[in-house]
Design a protein around this ligand. Structure first.
Ligand SMILES: [Mg+2]
Length: 341
């Protein structure tokens, strides 16, 4: 039975159900699902090249739609043409919708407002972001210390909502004698370092994160490891993975990553009572969105309007790693013109 996210957050039993020790989360095996019922079986079939009957059969083959946001629905503050109409069409068909994003810069209500402003029907309970997952995870393990946050207000607000204190958000400028930081400048109450997207990343922040992590008792959590943001021009915008790798390098530790395609978000989704065989995952990245879909046994739709390009897809097809999606479209909005009338 499907449960709203807010119900899950309130339900302590489910905290326990989806909490796993770190070593289990870090060594997640890839599960082998029976894919005989899946129509396109990781063939990366172009939906524009199949028959109208197959498109109809595909549309009938799922009840729940999980969609990534950046690169699928919008880029920055601009909706990708046709995406809102397609998502709203799914809703009109009675399909349940989750917006599942690795983006950690906003709280869920802000994501819902952004989606609504861009034409998507969306409510806060349908948003699953990594900022929310961080708060959910720490609350679930009974964390009571303070978080050093190399991240943004989105995570800070979600932590605050579950009563967890944090420091570190905002600029931390480099001083001329930057190497002379003293241990007394570290907060002894910090018990976890969380790394998310931080536009104010700086050398002092890396020093503090690594210094807190010098203590083995200090938890090390990351929202996601996306290499870069989807781009609308030739400018490359480094993603959270850039910062996670930097902190991993200087601390000589490995972060527990909560977002797609890792175990925690998968366990979270499983706790929502989804039927994997009747769920579609839509994404613009093979190594996060499609990988998550494959690990969960969902059907998968890759759109080429974001990070993974046609050239990347060809390379993935040749190397067979990471896994291929079931179906592909240039952009989500292209589905509308394929729907039989
Ligand atoms: Mg994306």
């Amino acid at each position: 039975m499907f449960k709203p996210l807010s119900t899950i957050l309130r339900c302590n039993k489910l905290y326990n159900k989806i909490y796993l020790p770190n070593n289990v989360l870090k060594t997640e095996p890839v599960r082998n699902f029976n894919t005989t019922n899946k129509m396109f079986k990781s063939s990366a079939s172009n939906l524009q090249e199949v028959s109208k009957d197959q498109v109809q059969e595909f549309l009938n083959s799922f009840d729940t739609v999980l969609t990534d946001c950046d690169g699928v629905l919008w880029i920055d503050n601009n909706a990708i043409p046709g995406s809102a109409e397609t998502m709203n069409y799914f809703r009109k068909l009675g399909k349940r919708i989750f917006y599942v994003t690795n983006n950690s810069t906003k709280i869920r209500s802000d994501f819902a407002v952004k989606a609504q402003q861009l034409g998507f029907i969306a409510s806060q309970d349908e948003i699953l972001s990594t900022a929310y997952l961080v708060a959910h995870y720490l609350k679930g393990i009974g964390f009571t210390k303070k978080v050093y946050l190399l991240g943004s207000n989105g995570i800070g607000e979600e932590l605050k909502a579950v009563g967890i204190r944090h420091i570190g958000v905002g600029p931390d400028h480099v001083q001329p004698d930057f190497k002379s930081m003293k241990p007394s400048e570290l907060d002894p109450e910090v018990g976890a370092v969380v790394v998310g997207f931080d536009e104010h990343v700086s050398y002092p922040k890396l020093m503090k994160a690594a210094s807190y992590l010098y203590s083995e008792e200090c938890l090390f959590i990351a929202t996601n490891t996306d290499e870069r943001f989807p781009k609308a021009s030739s400018i490359v915008v480094p993603g959270t993975g850039t910062l996670v790798r930097a902190v991993e390098t200087c601390s000589d530790r490995k972060a527990l990553v909560l977002g797609k395609p890792h175990a925690y978000v998968r366990k979270f989704l499983e706790s929502c009572g989804l039927d994997p065989g009747r769920t579609l995952m839509i994404g613009d990245r093979c190594n996060t969105d499609i990988e998550l879909g494959v690990r969960c046994g969902f059907q998968t739709l890759l759109v080429l309007s974001g990070v993974t390009s046609t050239k990347d897809l060809e390379r993935i097809r040749n190397e067979k790693k990471p896994p291929l999606p079931d179906v592909v479209l240039p952009k989500l909005g292209d589905l509308l013109s394929l729907i039989p009338s």
